[in-house]
Ligand binder design. Structure first.
Ligand SMILES: [Zn+2]
Length: 492
């Protein structure tokens, strides 16, 4: 008995030692060499902020896919960009896609080298009327006050479009010629799915044989509070995007007078179906981008947590359980099930012959539209219920981009230089929402998502919220980011 206990103790000790060794071997990346930062970036930040402010004044609002568009606002913005960035418009080729989206081609010294694609979108979400009076500056004023540019689009995503153009204009002024071709692609309907902007842009470039060495779009960001136990800012870079599917569940049963209901009614059958879907959530898994995320966070975690995060081969189930404790962590690990619409009945004493619900699924990498639909049918398993996709856009999850690629390394290094004196941890992650970058998914594993504006307190809530604004200093950091990134593309 004593011997057995001893053996167990030895085994446990060995296991612990192995865990400690593994945790200790995971160290944060070495500090960046200061002399490697490249030439200084000269930028008149007030002038750049003024140019951004001008772009905010065009109300390029997206309401719904295929819905009415304020064409004049987009055409006005195009003319404004042309006037604000003369060198870009003199030296790059500009094309229009479905009239309102833009593609700029900056031909590289070696046009046969794999090109770089920088993406952004010119449209913005609307400002709901009830929240309008909470704005301290009108959302389309482009006001400059207290060191900020104010208005819809100052974070999402005119700031990307303008800071890319600002960086290219500055590089052209210096006489820089990119070693490989650079495409700048700016969609006009990202906020409603990108079906008429990014999709045809990607199709056009793919048809021309474009195989990018790097694609960068919005998506990830740099902010405080992203990592448990870490007080400073960290940066998350999107390396994959969940898929999107909405299914319509229609229950059909005999209608008639409510005084003599049949054993099964349409409303009852539909309610049971939704309850079943919620009771049987999709299986969770740490595999894929979320495992990479946890492992990348490990070196920065306090030792106890690091021990768990660095040894997922053993601790995976515990870590997964911890993650699943909140909706965000859960969404990182499984396909989510969200009933979003429900309708049935017109009168209290009439049995409706039909009841209908829409359930929205965000599909995790590893599953597909087909596999999710099949599972939903299996779980519901009710002859009274038919299940079909709605007419909203459906997408499979994107492939997972390669974090050992030079493209990811270049982006990570450039992020680490974004704010002088601040070297944030850079963590890959799975994007829950959708970006225009999803259209590149089937064609490239070099697709990354990051908004290079260092975010401060409350900035994340301002995106799609009220009082969206960007500080001059942070906008200049975005211009610096794209300038350094473009100077570094010889390393791809
Ligand atoms: Zn956006």
């Amino acid at each position: 008995m004593k011997r057995l206990l001893l053996l167990v103790l030895i085994a446990a000790g060995g296991l612990l030692a192995a865990m400690v060794v593994r945790a200790s071997s995971l160290t944060a990346p070495a500090p960046l060499a200061t002399d490697d930062a490249g030439p200084a970036i000269t930028l008149d930040s007030a002038a750049a902020a003024t140019r951004l402010a001008g772009a905010i004044r065009f109300p390029t609002v997206s309401l719904r896919s295929g819905g009415p568009i304020d064409t004049a606002a987009f055409l006005g913005l195009h003319r404004y960009l042309e006037a604000s960035f003369p060198l870009v418009h003199a030296q790059l080729t500009r094309e229009f896609v479905t009239d309102l989206s833009l593609v700029y081609t900056w031909t590289g010294a070696d046009p046969t080298a794999a090109p770089v694609v920088l993406m952004g979108h010119m449209d913005v979400v609307p400002v709901p009327e009830p929240s309008r009076n909470q704005w301290t500056h009108d959302p389309f004023s482009g006001d400059i006050a207290d060191g900020f540019v104010w208005g819809r689009g100052t974070l999402d995503d005119k700031t990307t479009v303008l800071s890319i153009l600002e960086a290219v204009e500055g590089l052209l002024r210096e006489g820089y010629r990119p070693p490989r071709t650079v495409y700048l692609t700016f969609g006009h309907d990202e906020e409603v799915g990108g079906r008429f902007g990014a999709r045809p842009i990607v199709e056009t470039l793919v048809a021309r044989g474009v195989k990018p060495a790097l694609v960068l779009d919005e998506g990830g960001f740099m902010a405080a509070g992203l990592m448990p136990g870490l007080s400073g800012r960290s940066a998350i870079v999107g390396i994959a995007e969940k898929g999107y599917l909405s299914l319509r569940l229609t229950a059909r049963a005999d209608g008639g007078h409510s005084s003599m209901p049949p054993a099964r009614t349409a409303v009852g059958a539909l309610s049971r179906a939704i309850a079943r879907l919620e009771a049987e959530p999709f299986p969770s898994s740490l595999d894929g981008p979320t495992r990479g995320m946890v492992e990348a966070m490990a070196p920065f975690a306090p030792f106890g947590r690091k021990l768990l995060m660095a040894n997922l081969w053993l601790t995976g189930p515990f870590v997964a359980k911890g993650l699943a404790a909140n909706p965000l962590g859960g969404a990182l690990m499984h396909t989510t099930t969200a009933p979003t619409m429900l309708s049935a009945g017109i009168k209290d004493n009439v049995l409706p012959p039909e009841a209908e619900a829409v359930v929205n699924f965000r599909i995790r990498p590893g599953e597909t539209i087909a596999s999710v639909t099949e599972r939903v049918k299996r779980v519901v398993a009710d002859t009274l219920i038919s299940i079909v996709p709605t007419d909203s856009a459906v997408t499979d999850p994107s492939p997972v981009s390669d974090i050992s690629s030079p493209a990811y390394q270049l982006i990570a290094t450039t992020i680490r230089r974004m704010v002088p004196g601040e070297d944030p941890p850079v963590i890959p992650y799975l994007v829950m929402g959708g970006t225009d970058a999803k259209y590149w998914g089937p064609h490239s594993d070099r697709v990354f998502r990051f908004l290079p504006v260092p975010l401060g307190d409350g900035d994340r809530e301002r995106v799609h919220g009220v009082n969206e604004r960007v500080a001059f200093r942070d906008y200049s950091a975005a211009v610096g980011f794209f300038t350094r990134l473009l100077r570094g593309i010889d390393r791809l």
